[in-house]
Design a protein around this ligand. Structure first.
Ligand code: C6P
Length: 421
């Protein structure tokens, strides 16, 4: 059995960080019951809950200045445009981008990666060129590259990992060769929790002239990100995993790369002028934002960033780390438990299997007790294959979770073992 080498620490809800304990009340949904029990929400890697500040910021936009942006000379349109563009600047500061025009609003991580594959990759790649990903990618960072390979004749390669779910860096160095045209890798694995050493990997790729896209979907809610310090070429994330709304996300790209890329989609707002024979495209970032965007979504994302920054990543990181350690120890002590993903550097994802019980059955038993976890392949089927499991149960923690909730998870898992084991 592969378990992390953590020692059980005495933690209970009274020890729950005071700066975070009060924060729980900011999330109205956490007051509800599910199946007669207080909700225990442990599916944060799928999507996080939304604080009042986010819900209110979006409602305020609809109440006070709902209108289309970048188009009208009227007051409502100007106010909406101001709030939308303010959100862009908040994102810029949040990830420490050099310019706000390097922040492209998209629907989410998936769209951001598809944009880069099609707009950056497709015009450049030739048959036998190589794209390097890793064996722990979400399908969103596999399938767009496979499509690109089909379109261009390029070849997709993947850096393998060890039994703990850590990338084999020697293999990475070996695989990144003279034909590699792009490295696309996740900052944090959604199925394993592994935090990858992306700084080091980016430096190595750049030493070989290879640009790097980082999938930051599972990182941005848990740790500070500085795209200039990392020197990544592209960084993608979704708002909804960061306490913001669904349907909005961000692609960061370095100016020079974005300038050289053709638009991803054509339509309104991404043009300077159009005749029936020719179109002149708009400047960055609008060149990549065809059509009416999710205005309320961007404003909600801005509010989510304010919310997280007000708390700070130091207490968030410390709390989540302790909670992960506590819950991992408790789950590992269950009979027949196997934790999938035991990397030394982990974010708050606890994936596991229990002998003789399908994760979907576990999920159903837990739901009967008001506990929400995710079960399945987590859109990372190659990870399941690597660890020889069809699926895992996954508890993922956020700043508002408590050790008491981890206790309820473990008690419910023991009940499931009695019922189904
Ligand atoms: N992972 C999970 O439960 P979108 O759907 O575009 O917002 O995010 C896609 C995505 C990309 N990369 C990583 C590492 C992710 O974890 C996800 C979304 C969710 O793990 C839903 S499958």
């Amino acid at each position: 059995m592969s378990v992390p080498s953590y020692s059980i620490t005495a933690v209970n809800d009274a020890d729950h960080r005071p700066e975070l304990a009060a924060r729980r009340q900011d999330f109205p949904i956490l007051e509800r019951c599910v199946r007669g029990q207080p909700l225990v929400y442990l599916d944060n890697a799928a999507t996080t809950q939304k604080p009042r500040a986010v819900i209110e910021a979006m409602a305020r936009y609809y109440r006070e200045c709902n209108s289309n942006i970048h188009r009208g000379v009227h007051t409502l349109s100007q106010e909406a445009t101001e709030r939308f563009e303010e959100a862009r600047v908040k994102v810029q500061r949040f990830i420490h981008a050099a310019h706000s025009h390097e922040i492209i609003f998209v629907r989410g991580t998936t769209e951001a990666i598809n944009l880069v594959a099609q707009s950056y990759g497709r015009p450049q790649l030739k048959p036998k060129d190589e794209i390097l990903i890793t064996a722990m990618e979400h399908h969103s960072n596999i399938v767009p590259w496979q499509l690109l390979c089909e379109q261009t004749g390029a070849v997709l390669k993947a850096v393998p990992m060890n039994d703990a779910g850590e990338l084999l860096l020697d293999e990475y160095v070996r695989l990144l060769g003279s034909r590699t045209r792009m490295l696309a890798l996740t900052h944090v694995s959604n199925a394993l929790g592994t935090i990858n050493p992306i700084g080091e990997m980016i430096d190595h790729a750049h030493a070989h002239g290879v640009p790097v896209l980082v999938d930051g979907a599972q990182a941005v809610a848990h740790m500070p990100v500085d795209v200039q310090a990392l020197d990544c070429d592209f960084y993608a994330f979704s708002s909804h995993k960061l306490f913001g709304p669904t349907g909005i996300g961000v692609l960061y790209g370095k100016t020079a790369l974005l300038e050289a890329m053709p638009p991803y989609q054509g339509g309104g707002d991404m043009i300077k002028s159009v005749t029936l024979t020719k179109t002149q495209f708009n400047d960055l970032p609008y060149k990549f934002e065809a059509g009416t965007p999710h205005i309320a979504g961007a404003i909600g994302l801005g509010a989510a960033l304010d919310y997280v920054q007000e708390i700070g990543f130091e207490p968030i990181g410390r709390h989540e780390h302790e909670l992960l350690r506590y819950a991992s120890d408790r789950v590992a002590s269950l009979h027949g438990a196997r934790i999938i993903g035991t990397a030394r550097e982990k974010a708050s994802v606890l994936s596991f299997v229990l002998d003789g019980i399908h994760p979907h059955d576990l999920g159903t038993v837990l739901d009967c007790q008001g506990i929400a976890i995710r079960t399945g392949h987590h859109c990372a089927m190659p990870v399941m294959e690597r660890f020889h499991v069809p699926a895992t149960a996954r508890a993922s923690f956020a700043l508002y979770n408590t050790p008491g909730e981890a206790d309820r998870l473990c008690a419910a898992l023991r009940d499931a073992q009695r019922m189904l084991g």
